[in-house]
Design a protein around this ligand. Structure first.
Ligand code: NAD
Length: 260
């Protein structure tokens, strides 16, 4: 187990990628503070982590609220004594054409996807700096932040571009403390968010969900969308010893949709 005994915090851990990441980090040996705005679902994830033989604490928190981020970090430190890894995964979107994005949509998306990731990263880094034994920060961005045209909306794409920028600058400024900061850019992924985006696309295009799914798969060079576990496998690698000399990078996990 490559991260045996390490302490991880995973946000947006109640379902989808956050849940899969929590389970794979647990399989790799970590004990995990799982956090989500949804108190019931995150409790279920904590139970699933414990079933793998690791310790887990469910911490309900809204990643758009800095006082709740501080509480999440404090609770994780109190429960486990330290924080070695944070995966800033919580994110939101809404399928909208650029001409239909309202100020409230922009604010709702950016408070979680950009502000939440920034302060999740900063507050976890404070703990890691005090501990003086380095750390790993993994931010979940999106290929939307790299200009992929199939994104749910332009404001969402901007929030993910912000995650990519802050990942690089944080990697520069935290390297001296032995903290590695990287991002993962998922492509189309089979989660509730992915399904909601698909339903929104069907409602506006007139095509059926089945037709849209076939078109999606045809665009992906490997021919299949991600399961949440595909993202979790990359997070597990970035949290582990094999990634000790990797920082400031963003990794597309997308079946080849974006190549560079
Ligand atoms: N599904 C995709 O196709 C896709 C593609 C690229 C990137 N992403 C990104 O991956 C990440 C995970 O997405 P997913 O598909 O698993 O989504 P999801 O909607 O299935 O799960 C997201 C989780 O985050 C939680 N959450 C929402 N708002 C929150 C808040 N304010 N504070 C704390 N938790 C909150 C939700 O309750 C939910 O449990 C997101 O950052 C998303 O933008 C998703």
């Amino acid at each position: 187990m490559e991260i045996e005994g390490k302490i991880a915090v995973v946000t947006g851990a109640g379902r989808g990628m956050g849940r899969a990441i929590s389970l794979q980090l647990a399989e790799a040996g970590a004990n995990i503070a799982v956090s989500d705005i949804n108190a019931d679902s995150v409790e279920e994830t904590a139970t699933a982590v414990k079933a793998l033989g690791r310790e887990s604490l469910a911490v309900p928190a809204d990643m758009g609220d800095i006082s709740q981020i501080d509480r999440m970090i404090a609770q994780a430190r109190e429960a486990f004594g330290r924080i070695d890894i944070i995966v800033n995964n919580a994110g939101v979107t809404k399928f909208l054409d650029i001409m239909d994005v309202l100020e409230e949509d922009w604010d709702q998306i950016h408070r979680v996807n950009a502000k939440g990731v920034f302060f999740g990263m900063q507050r976890a880094a404070r703990e890691m700096i005090d501990q003086r034994s380095g750390g790993r920060i993994i931010n979940i961005a999106s290929i939307a932040g790299k200009g992929y045209s199939g994104t749910s909306n332009a404001a969402y794409a901007a929030s993910k571009g912000a995650v990519l920028s802050m990942t690089m600058i944080a990697a520069h400024q935290l390297a001296r403390y032995g903290i590695n900061v990287n991002a993962i850019c998922p492509g189309s992924t089979l989660t509730a968010m992915g399904a909601e985006t698909m339903a929104g696309r069907a409602a506006t295009s007139g095509a059926s969900i089945e037709e849209l799914e076939q078109a999606r798969d045809a665009r992906i060079p490997i021919g299949r969308p991600n399961d949440p576990e595909d993202i979790a496998a990359m997070a597990r690698f970035l949290a582990g010893p094999g990634a000790r000399n990797i920082t400031g990078q963003s990794f597309n996990v997308d079946g080849g949709l974006v190549m560079h």
